[in-house]
Design a protein around this ligand. Sequence first.
Ligand code: B12
Length: 271
Amino acid sequence: MPPDTEMLSLRECAGRLSVHYMTVYRYVRTGILPAVKQGAEWRVTAADLESLGTRPTAPAARGEANWSDRLKARMIAGDERGSWLVLEASMASGLAPERVYLDVLAPALREIGDAWHRGEGTIAEEHRASAVAHRLIGRLGTRFAARGRHRGRVVLGAPPGERHRLPISMVADMLRAAGFEVVDLGSDVPIESFVEAVRDTAPVVVGVSVTGTNALASAAAVAAAVRAESDTPILFGGRAVEDAGHAARLGGTGYAADGAAAAIWITDLIR
Ligand code: B12
C-alpha cells in the first residue's frame, strides 16, 4: 500500500502526533480529522494525518452556526450568564472545549466585529461583547489544563501596539491542553519583554500573535530582536498574518492558522 493511503488506528495516530489517544479521538469525533469506521475501529489515512498540521482545522460539527449565532446574541446583550449557558449546552451536545473556541466563540467574535465594521453595530456593543468573552475564556480555560509533566515551554504574546488579547488567551489554552507550559505575556508587549522572557524561560518556541495590520511592522521587530538573542523558533499567527510565506517575510520560522494547528506545529518541531 502506498504510504499515504496507509490506514492507521487512533493509537498509531496518537503515537505519531505525540498526543493522548483521547485527543485524537476528539479530533475524529469533532470532524478535525477525517476517519472511517472499520468494524468497531476508527481508521485514518496517513495522508489525512499528515495534512492535519498544515490546514486550518476542519469545519464545524453539526449545529455550529446555531451555537455561534445564539452566543453572539447573548454577548451583544452583555448577558454573561446566558452566554455561558450557550457554551455549556454546546459542550453537552458533544463539542470539545477547543471546538467551542474555534467553532463557537471565535466566529461569534468575528461576526460582531464585522457587523461593527459594516456600521451595523456600535462600538459599545463590541466592547461589551469583548468583556463577556474575557469572562467566558476565564471559565472555560480551566478545562484545558493537561496533567503531568509539560512537553516544553512556549512564550506567547502580541507585539507593541497590538491590543487584541482574546486570540492569545485562546491559543494559550489550546497549547496548554496539548501539554505545553505557556508563558502568556498578553497583548501590547514591549520588544525587550519578549527578549527577556526568551532569555529567562528557555522556551521551545516563541509565538507572536498579530490581529491588526497596523502591528505587522512591530511584529517583525519582535522577530528580529528575538533572533538577535537566540535561535528559538518563532511561530506567527493571527488574523493579520496570511500564511507561512508571510510569516517568513516577517522573520518568523513558521505559521499556524489556529491554536490546534499551532500545537501540531510545535509537536512536530520538538519530536
Ligand atoms: C474583540 C475585538 C476587539 C477588542 C479586543 C479585546 C481584546 N482584549 O482582545 C477591542 C474592542 C479592544 C478592539 C480594538 C480594536 N480593534 Co478590534 N476586533 C475585535 C474582533 C471583534 C474580534 C477579535 C477576536 O478576538 N477574534 C477571535 C479570535 C480567536 O480569532 P482570531 O483572531 O482569528 O484568532 C485565531 C487565529 O487567528 C489564530 N491565532 C491568533 N493569534 C495567534 C498566535 C499564534 C502564535 C498562532 C499560531 C495562531 C494565532 O488562532 C486563533 C484561534 O485559535 C475583531 C473582528 C474580527 N473579524 O476578527 C476586530 C478587529 C480585529 N479589530 C479591528 C480594529 C480596526 C480595531 C481597532 C483599531 C478599532 C479602533 N479604531 O480602536 C482597535 C485596535 C486596538 C489595537 N491597537 O490593537 C479590525 C482589524 C482590521 C485590520 N485589518 O487591521 C477587526 C478585524 C474589525 C473589523 N472588521 O474591522 N477589537
